[in-house]
Design a protein around this ligand. Structure first.
Ligand SMILES: Cc1ncc(COP(=O)(O)O)c(C=O)c1O
Length: 414
């Protein structure tokens, strides 16, 4: 391709194996303080009216002061002032250098993979990832871009990851705790393995959020987030983000958001800023309720298995205790009689809603086998633990006794 056109593609991002600078300006403030203040000073930023709340700047174009002087924001396909406030806040919460938001978590993943990997490259991951992530890895990227995805079976063993890495590996991608089986992967150990081979580690932090787990502090290089889930907390916003080194973030912004425009819109960014103010309080309560429900289900004779990192029976319990502040609001459990048992239980629930998302203040259940992981082959589902009787439960902020009463009456009908 001629030089002039190549300019538009920029130099591909190169991973520098030096610990990236952390979000410097707010690093000393506590997490709750950052979730309220980072990225916005009402006396200075985006704000000639000095509004206490960050304003929604609902404009998709920004006039030039003169022929020569470019404005900071030019056109809404790449960024807007409100999304910039959110990006600074997310970077501060994850303690990363920079952040770029996207129209969904799946879009953020796509943008990252598209920016990092070229034809003939590969990405090392496992089957413990969310449904759309798996679909991108198993279909779109190999078929359309000739990027190979290598799935590690023995995911708890760092050597198994290492054996899949070669000179064309551009990324190691883990999701921990994973959706829907809540498997926990050792972030610090995998960062070490990836870095020995000059490869960055990306952690999908959607299920835990920065309130409970700090991947960058543990040695990872990039964080992926669906903002749609616990970050939002009430299923009113679809959004995603990548947090990581500033040069990677700008590469993603240029190659995908700027050219394609799947950005988080100003109103959604503004809503997210309101919801983040209570993130840590919500996550504490989600964890507290989920712990009690996991214990209840674990003792119930009609439940065959409970996946929750806060139970001592969980295979990575010790690691989860070390790596996470508390165990989060997501769990899954298996009832007998496969699909029929799951259907009977879910149809008997009265308070708990059957819906496709998680992280909401209201408790939600979902059947992964038929809804999010239906496209996997049966051997893949067996490896990933997607049993026909598996039900994912996103534990909400209701009084925990009421959630337990609902589960109890539904289990009694099996
Ligand atoms: C762990 C995880 N990451 C990312 C995503 C993608 O998020 P979104 O639904 O915002 O595209 C999901 C969605 O379920 C998820 O569970």
């Amino acid at each position: 391709m001629d030089e002039e056109k190549l300019f538009f593609l920029r130099e591909p991002w190169k991973f520098q194996n030096t610990r990236s600078k952390r979000a410097s300006l707010d690093g000393d403030l506590g997490f709750n303080t950052r979730s309220l203040h980072s990225g916005f000073d009402p006396l200075k930023d985006v704000n000639e009216f000095r509004s206490f709340v960050p304003p929604i700047v609902q404009s998709m174009t920004y006039p030039y002061e003169s022929f020569e002087k470019f404005p900071d924001y030019i056109y809404g396909r790449s960024k807007t002032p409100t999304s910039s406030v959110l990006e600074k806040r997310l970077a501060a919460l994850e303690e990363g250098e920079g952040c770029v938001t996207a129209a969904s978590g799946s879009q953020a993943l796509f943008n990252l993979l598209f920016t990092i990997a070229r034809r003939g490259d590969n990405v090392v991951t496992s089957l413990n990832t969310f449904g759309e992530g798996y679909k991108q890895a198993a279909t779109i990227f190999p078929e359309r871009c000739e990027v190979e995805f290598r799935f590690v079976d023995d995911f708890a063993n760092p050597k198994a990851w290492e054996s899949m890495i070669d000179e064309r590996t551009k990324l190691v991608w883990i999701e921990t705790p994973s959706n829907p089986c809540l498997l926990v992967t050792d972030i610090a150990a995998l960062a070490q393995v990836a870095h020995q081979h000059g490869v960055p580690l990306m952690v999908d932090n959607t299920t835990a959020t920065a309130a409970l787990q700090k991947p960058l502090e543990l040695g990872a290089d990039i964080v992926l987030l669906s903002l749609t889930k616990f970050m939002c907390g009430n299923a009113t916003v679809l959004g995603g983000a990548v947090i990581g080194p500033e040069d990677l973030v700008e590469d993603i912004r240029w190659n995908t958001t700027e050219f394609v425009g799947a950005i988080l819109q100003p109103f959604e960014a503004w809503l997210m800023l309101q919801y983040l103010e209570t993130l840590s309080l919500r996550m504490e309560k989600h964890s507290e309720n989920a712990q009690q429900i996991a214990e209840f289900l674990n003792d119930h004779p009609k439940v065959n298995l409970v996946n929750y990192p806060g139970l001592p029976e969980h295979p990575q319990y010790e690691l989860a205790q070390r790596q996470m502040k508390s165990s989060g609001g997501l769990l899954s459990f298996v009832v007998g009689d496969g699909m029929k048992g799951a259907a009977n239980l879910m149809n008997s629930l009265k308070l708990i809603t059957h819906a496709v998302t998680f992280g909401t203040s209201r408790t939600i259940c979902m059947h992964p086998r038929t809804i999010t992981h239906e496209h996997m082959t049966q051997p893949e589902r067996d490896k990933a633990g997607i049993d026909d009787g598996l039900i994912r439960l996103s534990v909400g902020l209701e009084n925990v006794e009421d959630i337990i009463t609902d589960l109890d009456q539904a289990l009694a009908k099996l």
